[in-house]
Structure formats: C-alpha cells, structure tokens
Design a protein around this ligand. Structure first.
Ligand SMILES: Cc1cc2nc3c(=O)[nH]c(=O)nc-3n(C[C@H](O)[C@H](O)[C@H](O)COP(=O)(O)OP(=O)(O)OC[C@H]3O[C@@H](n4cnc5c(N)ncnc54)[C@H](O)[C@@H]3O)c2cc1C
Length: 296
C-alpha cells in the first residue's frame, strides 16, 4: 500500500486533502493523497512508490497555474514545496524545483546577479516555471536556464538537459509532457549593479500591483496570448469585465484574469471560460487556448 510505503520511509503525507487549500485559485476537491517530500530523494521515491502501487500522481509546485476538479483527484498530489534549496555556483545559481521564483530572484539580487528580475512576483516555483516556460515583461525562463536535472519516471533515470534539450517555446517545454519530474535547475546570470537590479524588480512589482488583481484568488492569465492580439483587451471590449458564473468572475481590474469571488467551483470556472472563448471567437475569430492546467 502506498501509505505503508510512505510511512516506512518517513515521508510526510495526508489523505483526503482538499486541494482548494493549496491552489492559488482556491478551487478543487479532495486528493486521495497529498505527499510533501522534504528533499529531491524523497520526491523521486514518492513518484516511484506511486508507480509501483499503480496510483496516478501529479507533481505540484505552488499550484499557481493549476486547478483541480470539484470531484477531486483519485491519486497522489506530490508537492515540491519543501525542495527549495538555492546555492551559488560562480555567477550561476542552482535551485531545487520547489524554490519560489520570487525567492530565487531576490537571492540573485542580494548576490548582485541579474537576469531573473522579470520573474520577481510570479507566484510559481522553479519546476512549474520550467514546465510553463514562465515569463513576463519581454523575458522568460528560457533566457536564463542553463541546464535542468529531471527524473524520467518512464525510464527510471535522472537526465541532465542542456537549454537546447529543454525545447522551450511560448508557455511550453519538453517538461510539459508530464514524463519528467524537474529536480533542479542552473540559471546563468550576470554580475550587475544591485541598485539597477532592485529598480527593475520594483518597477515590475508596481506594474503588477497596478494591473493585476493580486488581492483576489486567481491562477494568473487564463489564456495564452494569441499572435498579434491582447486577450485582456478583447475580453474588455466585449464588455465581459465583471461577468461571472457562480463565484468565478472575469476580473474588473484585468480582463485576462478570472478571480474567485468566494466559493467558485471548477465547474463555474470552466463554464465561464467557455462563455469567454465563444464570445471572443464570435467577434474576433480568434480561438483562445487555456493556460491554466486542469487536473482531474
Ligand atoms: C497572480 C498571478 C500572476 C501570475 N503571473 C504570471 C506571469 O507573469 N507569467 C507567467 O508565466 N505566469 C504567471 N502566473 C502563472 C504561474 O505562476 C506560472 O505559470 C508558474 O510558473 C507556475 O508555477 P507553479 O509552481 O505554481 O506551477 P503549478 O501550477 O504547481 O504546476 C504547473 C504545471 O507544472 C507541473 N509541475 C510543477 N512542478 C513540477 C516539477 N518539479 N516537475 C515536473 N512538473 C512540474 C505541474 O504538474 C503542472 O502541470 C501567474 C499566476 C498568478 C496567480
């Protein structure tokens, strides 16, 4: 049994854990197991234990881009949040998968290292950012990633990826397939003046505060950016700001975000997304693609 394997290895877990407590959108039913490995060795062990026991599993970073269905997840959610080590390596830094992007960017700033300023304020982990090729303000994680160590749970081997092997594209990478568990990454940064780094981080922070509904639960931008168009602008032009289904509501601050006004279900969110997609297609002939990952 999975629980006995975890107990005998002293790996912490909970059963029937509500995922609404862990997603930034505060949506999701109960997961059968919620496992919190304390290091990458325990992370790999947990993955292998699930495979051996035939239990479906999903890797969770900060769940800032993920939503679970209302019926929950009949499997194991394996959280990386305790694997959060960050160390210098010359002008590079090496980070474990669960390190928060903002914490890593702040660490880089403290060490006068530039390159991660854009990521300050993205509420994800290093692992989630590599899967999503997270980006902002004209930059993304592919611009700083030097190498990534990941566990291939199909072959049972740990693989080292160069940046080329990562196959980064817009909000996508080789890690998006679910075959690999990102364990750690090396970011190549450049020495620069601390004040300059801090001022860029401050600028991005104030732009986020001004434009984004940071005081409401959300999963960030709901849709990927289509070529040559701004999603928020199209949705706003359609008069959909503030439009809601149950507790899910198109943000009045940024129409590209959907916020949880309280008690939103995954069904509310999905229905609202479909309404927005249809309205955008009818007016602009643009098919929006969802950036949020739905897990069921
Ligand atoms: C207020 C707000 C603002 C945001 N702003 C931005 C922004 O500016 N730019 C941007 O790109 N995104 C933004 N996001 C979205 C989100 O923060 C990013 O996509 C982030 O990279 C997701 O990281 P995470 O750790 O939360 O990933 P999760 O949501 O936990 O996971 C995302 C996917 O990655 C997988 N995964 C996570 N960790 C691993 C791992 N170690 N190994 C293998 N698979 C893994 C998960 O299974 C899932 O498929 C924002 C979100 C919010 C709520």
């Amino acid at each position: 049994m999975l629980s006995s394997l975890l107990i005998s290895s002293e790996i912490k877990f909970k059963e029937n854990e509500s995922m609404s407590l862990h997603t930034t959108m505060k949506i999701g039913g109960k997961a059968r197991y919620f496992i919190t490995p304390e290091n990458t060795k325990e992370l790999v062990f947990s993955v292998n234990a699930c495979k051996d026991e035939g239990i479906p599993f999903v890797i969770a970073g900060n769940l800032s881009n993920s939503v679970f269905s209302d019926g929950g997840y009949d499997g194991a959610v394996i959280s990386t949040l305790m694997c959060k080590g960050v160390k210098p390596m010359g002008d590079d830094i090496i980070c474990e998968c669960g390190a928060g992007l903002s914490a890593v960017a702040y660490y880089a700033y403290k060490n006068s290292l530039s390159g991660l300023e854009f990521s300050y304020g993205i509420p994800g982990t290093v692992g989630g950012a590599l899967v999503m090729n997270a980006g902002a303000y004209g930059s993304d994680i592919s611009t700083v990633a030097k190498s990534v160590e990941a566990y291939d749970h199909e072959s049972g081997k740990t693989v080292n990826f160069s940046v080329e092997d990562c196959e980064f594209s817009y909000r996508h990478s080789v890690f998006s397939s679910g075959r690999y568990v990102v364990l750690s990454a090396v970011f190549a940064l450049e020495k620069d003046c601390k004040e300059k780094i801090k001022s860029a981080m401050d600028d991005f922070t104030s732009r986020r505060k001004e434009k984004q509904p940071l005081d409401m639960p959300s999963a960030g931008s709901v849709f990927k950016r289509p070529e040559g168009r701004y999603v928020g602008q199209m949705i706003e032009e359609l008069g959909l700001k503030g439009f809601s289904v149950g507790g899910a509501c198109v943000s009045t601050k940024h129409a590209g975000f959907i916020v949880n006004n309280g008690g939103a279900t995954c069904a509310d969110l999905k229905k609202l997304i479909e309404i927005v997609k249809e309205a955008v297609y009818d007016k602009y002939s643009v098919r929006l693609e969802c950036e949020i990952k739905f897990i069921d």
